[in-house]
Design a binder for this molecule. Structure first.
Ligand code: UT7
Length: 332
């Protein structure tokens, strides 16, 4: 049987606290001008450490919104894929924590994936495959991150880039007369770039000790220039692969929803693909890089404000630490 899949509903949660570039000027040797010119970021959201805004809390609020948009109840979901590199706990996984918070009693499959900024695109493409093979009917895909916990707030080269937030989508079987469906998917990875963006301290190989805490070496580290170069090339390549799969061209694409890591990466990719920036959804100025949450937050906002409409051809395009990368082409 040829099963089609589509995005049935989306939701987001953004932490209440706003941290502006001007606030950062008080914390490290930087300026609003430098950050905005080099990254496109003006402000980002930061989760409360008091509770209520941890990754699974944000996911609960965003999921209820997505379920409502999809006209589904929590127990209609038969799989949860939770993408995060900043989960609530090492154990249990965040997907089962979310299952419980949503009051689900159907004992459905629930698991986490840790593929950094490509997490949501990985999740959507995996959901598509699970549905097509008959293993699931309605999959809740979540990207939820509290990167503020893993950032060295004394390192200006990295702390200015990241923010917290959550976005999610219900991917389900489609019998849509308007033809809403996921048209093509691509995923990949390249371990040769594993040192470009990593956090080696705190895993099984090197547990955190007092020296790490004193030196702040347990936080995320990034070779920004290397990431920048590889990002633009990879994003353009992934876009071309899904378009070719679907037999479409860039002229057919109404909207590109790229990972929001740096406005210059987004603009360079658009130039490489010869796609006008008017067709590219950008919200990095408000939230910075929220890793697995950037694509679903940008997608949801563009649906909510009326830019993306049912029937539009939409391209998700992401890359991240690993390196991991992927794209989804869909008729929304
Ligand atoms: O989601 C996936 C992961 N993220 C990415 O892929 C991000 C990719 N990389 C980038 O976005 C950019 O490489 C950065 C924004 C991280 C850096 O931008 P850049 O234009 O490559 O700057 P740079 O690292 O070459 O630094 C230029 C200068 C340096 O000074 P000198 O050596 O030229 O005197 C830095 O020390 O800017 C200095 N600098 C800063 N100055 C003010 C670095 N960070 C800051 C800062 N404020 N926050």
């Amino acid at each position: 049987m040829n099963i089609s899949t589509k995005i049935k509903g989306t939701g987001i949660y953004l932490p209440k606290k706003i941290l502006t570039n001007v606030d950062l000027e008080e914390m490290v040797e930087t300026s609003d001008e430098w950050i905005f010119e080099r990254t496109g970021i003006r402000q980002r959201r930061i989760c409360s450490t008091e509770g209520g805004e941890f990754p699974s809390d944000m996911a609960e609020k965003a999921s209820l919104q997505a379920l409502q948009a999809a006209k589904l109840e929590p127990n209609d979901i038969d799989m949860i894929i939770f993408a995060s590199v900043t989960p609530d706990y090492k154990l249990p996984n965040s997907a089962t924590v979310l299952q419980q918070k949503l009051g689900m009693t159907n004992r459905c499959t629930a698991f986490d994936i840790a593929v950094a900024c490509s997490g949501f695109v990985y999740g959507v493409n995996m959901a598509h495959s699970f549905i097509k093979t008959g293993m699931a009917k309605n999959v809740l895909v979540v990207g939820s991150e509290m990167l503020s916990r893993e950032v060295d707030w004394s390192d200006r080269s990295i702390c200015i880039l990241f923010g917290d937030g959550c976005g999610c989508a219900v991917v389900g079987q489609s019998d849509d007369p308007q033809g809403s469906e996921i048209l093509a998917t691509h995923l990949g990875s390249d371990g040769s770039g594993k040192d470009f963006f990593d956090q080696p301290i705190g895993g099984a190989v090197t547990p955190i000790n007092e020296t790490h805490l004193k030196e702040n070496s347990h936080f995320m580290r990034m070779k920004g220039g290397e990431m920048f170069k590889v990002a633009t090339r990879t994003l353009a390549e992934s876009a071309r692969i899904v378009l070719e799969q679907a037999g479409l061209t860039l002229d057919d694409v109404d909207w590109v929803v790229p990972h929001q890591a740096n406005i210059r990466i987004i603009e360079t990719t658009a130039r490489l693909l010869k796609i006008p920036m008017e067709k590219v959804i950008v919200n990095i100025q408000n939230y910075g890089n929220t890793s697995a949450a950037t694509v679903p937050i940008a997608f949801h906002e563009a649906i909510t404000d009326g830019r993306i409409k049912r029937g539009d051809i939409v391209l998700f395009d992401a890359f991240g630490a690993g390196l991991t990368f992927g794209a989804t082409l869909l008729r929304y």
